[in-house]
Design a binder for this molecule. Structure first.
Ligand code: PLP
Length: 423
């Protein structure tokens, strides 16, 4: 085996299992994940960080399937959560609450309450209003909340505007010039304990410079705080390392972490990172079946059974995802044409890829690569479509990580009006 997801003898394999076999057993559309690739990515982070006091908190929102959280919890991962739902997922999967950080601009008091009772490691606080609320909630239940203040370093991460988060105009974090004041307030609040400082400047980053610039800003703030008698235990740089979807050139995990460690050289401070995409993104594919081919004078459409409700990234970010036939046509019996790969949802934004040169015919299977992150976790039931099945492959073992949603799943919790009484 060379790579866990590759064509062998013209058949697409995930580890030792063919994608066509999985389609036959579980139907389409189906997400398939390689356990080996998830572990490999996590271990790359873990190995290079072994020499430094650190915590790797997997960003749950990238892919929150319990089986995936389970894999990472067993490797000793921490978790970065953004809701009570994610907190409960991590605890259900056996994650250690002492390794959980809670991010997000809009944590509700009920969510704070739940996280405090679970004794999570740290709240990444994003505003003064949130800080005072957290103090109140903690006081009510006799707890002390450990906090980090999320700094908005106002750097341009040169990524898609919807996934840039560290610019002045973004809703995230506290502007640099207000950070010290907020720490001073935190130090006076009785049910708050200052733990660290954090930032997260965006996602799918391929250039390290904006991150390095942010580290410098955080280190400056740490120095100022030190002078004021506020000592921090950790610096949290968020996630965001990009992956290769097409021709991007992100640094490797090892290079990315080395550059960070380089900047922290000589600092006696624990490093936290929150990678999501770079752990699961390239470990997953989405397989789909071609339903109909429709050729018009302008365009050729291949209508497949996966849609924007299954994979939103092309519609939301105009993201480019590699699309390959599951079975390569060795003798080239079908001539390649240029296709728009579209789903059945009633929206013109419902596409998976535009203008792809592929030789395909009706009922062929296609694989959408780089689908492990922000794929299933962003999926919805739009058009009353049950969400896809999720399958985890471990060598030659196939584990159904999530059943395909049935009609009864779809209407779970919905209520018809009361029956009319006969008059
Ligand atoms: C989304 C997010 C992450 C993970 O980002 P990736 O690009 O998936 O690595 C980490 N931290 C925070 C605060 C986030 O919002």
């Amino acid at each position: 085996m060379n790579h866990p997801i590759e064509h062998r003898d013209n058949e697409l394999y995930i580890e030792s299992v063919s994608a066509a076999e999985i389609a036959k057993e579980f139907g389409t559309p189906t997400y398939i994940y390689s356990k080996a690739l998830i572990e490999k990515a996590f271990l790359s982070y873990q190995n290079i960080l072994a020499s430094h006091q650190s915590l790797i908190c997997y960003a749950v929102k990238a892919n929150s399937n319990l089986a995936i959280l389970d894999i990472l919890a067993r490797l000793g991962a921490g978790f970065d959560i953004v809701s009570e739902g994610e907190l409960k997922r991590v605890l259900t999967a056996g994650g250690d609450p002492k390794k959980i950080v809670f991010s997000g601009v809009g944590k509700k008091p009920s969510e704070m309450n739940c996280a405090l009772k679970s004794d999570i490691y740290c709240f990444n606080v994003e505003s003064e209003a949130e800080l005072t609320m957290l103090n109140e909630v903690s006081k009510k239940i006799g707890k002390t909340a450990s906090v980090s203040i999320r700094v908005n370093p106002d750097v341009n991460p040169t990524t898609h505007p919807y996934i840039a988060t560290g610019m002045r105009k973004n809703k995230f974090g506290v502007p640099k010039n207000e950070v010290i004041k907020l720490y001073e307030l935190a130090s006076r609040l009785p049910n708050i304990s200052i733990q660290g400082i954090d930032c997260h400047i965006g996602s799918q980053l391929v250039d390290l410079n904006p991150l390095i610039e942010s580290i410098h800003q955080l280190l400056e703030l740490i120095d100022v705080l030190q002078v004021k008698g506020i000592t921090l235990e950790h610096i949290n740089l968020g996630g965001g390392l990009g992956i290769i979807y097409r021709n991007e050139k992100p640094p490797s995990i090892a290079d990315y972490v080395s550059s960070i460690l380089n900047e922290l050289d000589g600092q006696n401070i624990k490093l936290i990172i929150e990678p999501g995409r770079s752990i699961v993104g390239n470990a997953g594919i989405l397989i789909t079946e071609v339903q109909y081919l429709k050729t018009t004078s302008h365009r050729n459409f291949a209508i497949v059974d996966a849609a924007m409700n299954d994979m939103l990234r092309p519609a939301l970010y105009d993201a480019w995802l590699e699309i390959l036939p599951v079975r390569l046509d060795r003798r080239n019996k079908t001539k390649a044409k240029t296709w728009d790969i579209v789903g059945p949802v009633c929206e013109s934004g419902d596409f998976l890829g535009h203008q792809r040169d592929l030789s395909i015919k009706q009922n062929d299977l296609l694989a959408i690569l780089g689908a492990g992150a922000y794929g299933f976790s962003m999926s919805s039931n739009y058009n009353s479509r049950g969400r896809a099945a999720e399958v985890l492959v471990d060598s030659n073992n196939v584990h159904l990580a999530r059943n395909r949603e049935s009609f009864s799943d779809l209407i779970l919790g919905e209520n018809l009006l009361p029956k009319k009484e006969n008059s």
